[in-house]
Write a protein that binds this ligand. Structure first.
Ligand code: URA
Length: 479
């Protein structure tokens, strides 16, 4: 009997070298015991590798090597033996990999399939939480994979969360990303990871809002999200109460009369045949073109042009300002003047990429009074804000952001549909029908503050509000 003790549970090179030596010595799979050093000290001490001449070798199909790399990550203690058995049979039957009914092939493929499924679940169910402060700040997640998949799954997180520092802790192995590379360390215990963070309630509220009881299929949901993952999912505590309420809520939805469309949204004529819904970017482009000719209030008469929103059509965050200023009116773009510069700096400090958010205004035309050579900004009136709201609503419906940030009182009035004082309502997320809203000050307010100390303090508060938006975004991405 040969005892082969591998260095670690995922020691593919060790397995390959031993398997080659055994196969070249024609050792039957029945005469080999496989183990791992850390698992079994006694067997490790008894480990014996038969002699072999390294010049003697043999080849195996690439398909086998690829499959073995994945299958070896399965937690099944028999995996090394199963792989060796398949290797021996392959030497006798080189085309065995093409025989989909062969029992050795089927078993090893089954091992690899379980590993791939576990990897997929890890991608879907890792939930990061905030951890540490300042330079040590990072997002940390606890996950309990079924197989040895941390290294296999890590590249997905490197790509998806490239711009955040994160660690994924598991009982077997931990992965730590610093924005450039991933370092792997020994396994950890659950208590090493944070068990909640300040945004958890926000995330749960968001989850409860997007939960659609009318689409509930409990069996499919549990196949996709098996119960064993629930203990590490913040939203899991909501699942059972939401399921329990689903029937009643669906019935209420069915009983509710469909609301009549707002006058501004009513079609003038129904098209003869319903055309497919245009994709988001086309919808936005069409809206922009339509808004260019807006005459819903008198502001169009003196303004140079309509300044429509700008940004990706799938943006998760929509920033809403008051109205274009002098520079914006000339450029035809929102927030390109002095207020735009403050906004850009604050976004950068909050960790939000302006190119990834949609930026617009509650009112799309510049309102001003001429004073000599300058055009002096005037606050839009409530009828002007109301007349323009249709464009904000239609941008919102096209983009469907998860979060709307209203900057200043005019934006807050438009976004929340009522006069909303900033001081009392900033710093927390407010429910909209299909998104969240965050209210903060307008960047121009910061420019107008008379003393440097107030400017600095208010600017820091503005950045703090935007950081809440950034954290919400990270949370969304991590979900
Ligand atoms: N102020 C705004 O509210 N919007 C702009 O686009 C520029 C300044």
């Amino acid at each position: 009997m040969h005892v082969i003790a591998l260095a670690t549970e995922t020691d593919f090179e060790g397995w390959r070298d031993a398997a080659r030596a055994l196969a070249l010595n024609d050792i039957s799979p029945n005469d080999v015991t496989w183990t791992v050093a850390s698992r079994d000290d006694e067997l490790f001490a008894a480990s014996t590798l038969p002699e072999f001449d390294p010049r003697h070798t043999f080849s195996v199909p690439v398909a086998f090597v690829e499959l073995a790399h994945v299958a070896i990550l399965n937690r099944d203690p028999e995996r090394f033996a199963r792989l060796y058995r398949l290797l021996i049979h392959l030497r006798q039957q080189p085309h065995l990999m093409d025989i989909s009914t062969d029992s050795d092939v089927v078993r090893v493929q089954g091992l690899a399939k379980e590993v791939r499924r576990d990897e997929h679940k890890m991608h879907a169910f890792v939930r990061f939480r905030e951890f540490g402060r300042d330079d040590d700040f990072r997002f940390v997640a606890w996950f309990e994979p079924s197989h040895y998949i941390v290294e296999l799954a890590a590249p997905f997180f490197e790509q998806r969360f490239a711009d955040m520092a994160w660690s994924i802790l598991t009982p077997d192995r931990c992965a730590h990303w610093n924005g450039h590379k991933t370092v792997f360390t020994e396994g950890a215990v659950k208590s090493a990871a944070p068990s909640s963070d300040p945004l958890e309630d926000i995330w749960r509220t968001y989850y409860a809002n997007i939960f659609n009881p009318a689409r509930l299929k409990i069996k499919a949901m549990q196949t996709e999200m098996p119960k064993k993952y629930w203990r590490n999912l913040p939203e899991a505590s909501l699942i059972e109460p939401l399921i329990a309420k689903a029937g009643r809520i669906t019935q209420t939805m069915i009983n509710r009369e469909a609301p009549a469309p707002r006058p501004s949204r009513q079609r003038k004529e129904e098209p003869a045949m319903a055309s497919p819904a245009p994709i988001k970017s086309e919808r936005l482009a069409a809206l922009r073109a339509e808004a260019a000719d807006c005459r819903a209030c008198p502001l169009w008469k003196d303004a140079t042009q309509t300044v429509f929103g700008e940004g990706p059509s799938h943006a998760p965050i929509m920033l809403v300002g008051e109205q274009p200023g002098d520079k914006e009116d000339l450029a035809g773009k929102p927030f390109v003047g002095p207020a735009g510069q403050v906004l850009n700096r604050a976004l950068e400090e909050a960790g939000i990429d302006r190119d990834k958010v949609y930026v617009t205004n509650a009112v799309k035309h510049f309102k001003f009074v001429p004073r000599g050579k300058i055009r002096l900004h005037q606050k839009p009136s409530t009828p002007e804000i109301k007349a323009c709201r249709q464009w904000y609503e239609r941008e919102l419906a096209a983009i469907k952001p998860a979060l709307v940030v209203a900057m200043g009182a005019t934006a807050a009035q438009s976004v929340l549909g009522k006069i909303t004082p900033i001081g009392k309502n900033r710093g927390y997320l407010i429910d909209l029908d299909e998104a969240k809203a965050l209210v903060t000050v307008h960047p121009s307010y910061l420019l107008r503050l008379p003393d440097a100390e107030a400017k600095e303090r208010e600017y820091a508060n503005f950045v703090r509000d935007l950081k809440l938006a950034a954290a919400f975004l990270h949370k969304l991405k991590a979900a």
